[in-house]
Design a protein around this ligand. Structure first.
Ligand SMILES: [Zn+2]
Ligand SMILES: [Zn+2]
Length: 324
């Protein structure tokens, strides 16, 4: 872990911790192209909003403008995950850091990526002097590692791309079961803070008796899972990582007619991405990192749907909500 400056505030307790059942998750595709942009698609970046918290996967050139347009907020708890150190995935980082600082971010920002990410950010900062008024923590991770948080973790796996490249899965811990208000009334628990405690899994005491949370809660429900895997050939480690994702965002650079090119450059065709979605039993697939050679990428969607019907082809700035 490397810090560019001392943290001003760390691990601030969020008021929403413990209310996992109300947190909504959405994905905004800031840039859906790859390698070079075209008129329709910016370079790769995906913004995940989970309640008040932000996750940014990759930061292609121009991401800062898309990010501002998405109105995600500049001072939220935020982590940036970088898949690999090809220019189309990282050239947006210096601009993003500079602008966030310029616009008044004060909260620490964490950047997570493969070996080399520390050198990249610190050397840009040494030469250009980023206008950074907020602390930046940079962390290099490897396949097999897991970034833990109270309510979710992010697992890291290897992608297959010719250079070291990481895929990430954001996985919520199980959500509390459904609250049975009728039962709570029957057990004479007064509405208010005690209900909140029961909803978050705590047992409560009323006078001389205890009411156990399991009496008013259904079985725990699985949380949301989103997997981000670009740039990559279809591979077993990504299939394993993506197992039962609610949304798999996968490299779909080419149509089948350019399958040789996909193999040669360490990318996937839309149909190969669909096979990964099917193999991993994911619920939905977003075709992503579309080559600039396709002005109209609808043939890629048609090819993917032959293998995996729940495929989508997001446009830049399109938002989808993700539920478990
Ligand atoms: Zn790329
Ligand atoms: Zn690449």
């Amino acid at each position: 872990m490397q810090r560019l400056s001392k943290p001003l505030e760390t691990n601030r307790t969020e008021a929403w911790v413990g209310r996992l059942r109300h947190i909504s998750v959405s994905v905004t595709f800031l840039g859906t192209g790859g390698s070079v942009p075209n008129k329709f698609r910016n370079l790769p970046s995906v913004l995940v909003r989970r309640g008040p918290e932000l996750f940014l996967f990759d930061c292609g050139e121009g991401t800062q403008r898309q990010f501002l347009q998405a109105r995600a907020g500049i001072n939220r708890k935020m982590r940036i995950f970088i898949s690999h150190l090809h220019g189309d995935h990282v050239f947006g980082l210096p601009g993003m850091l500079h602008s966030l600082s310029f616009m008044g971010r004060s909260r620490e920002l964490e950047i997570i990526g493969p070996k080399g990410i520390i050198e990249l950010v610190t050397s840009v900062n040494r030469v250009v002097k980023l206008y950074n008024r907020f602390p930046i923590a940079i962390r290099e991770v490897k396949a097999g590692q897991r970034i833990e948080d109270a309510e979710y973790n992010v697992r890291v796996a290897s992608a297959q791309h010719g250079v070291p490249c990481l895929a990430y899965a954001l996985e919520e811990k199980p959500r509390a079961g459904r609250f049975d208000a009728g039962n709570a009334r029957k057990l004479k628990v007064p509405e208010g803070p005690l209900w909140k405690d029961l909803q978050s899994g705590k047992s409560v005491r009323i006078g001389q008796r205890w009411v156990l949370s399991k009496l008013v809660l259904g079985p725990p429900r699985r949380g949301v899972k989103i997997t981000y895997a670009v740039d990559t050939r279809p591979c077993a480690s990504v299939v394993r990582l993506a197992s039962e994702s609610d949304l798999l965002i996968h490299d779909s650079c080419f149509a089948e007619s350019a399958a040789t090119k996909a193999r040669e450059y360490g990318h996937s065709t839309a149909q190969e991405a669909a096979a990964v979605a099917r193999g991993s039993k994911s619920r939905r697939l977003a075709l992503f990192h579309i080559s600039a050679m396709y002005e109209d990428a609808s043939p890629l969607l048609a090819e993917a749907r032959k293998v995996f019907h729940q495929s989508i082809l997001p446009r830049d700035m399109e938002t989808v909500s993700v539920v478990a």
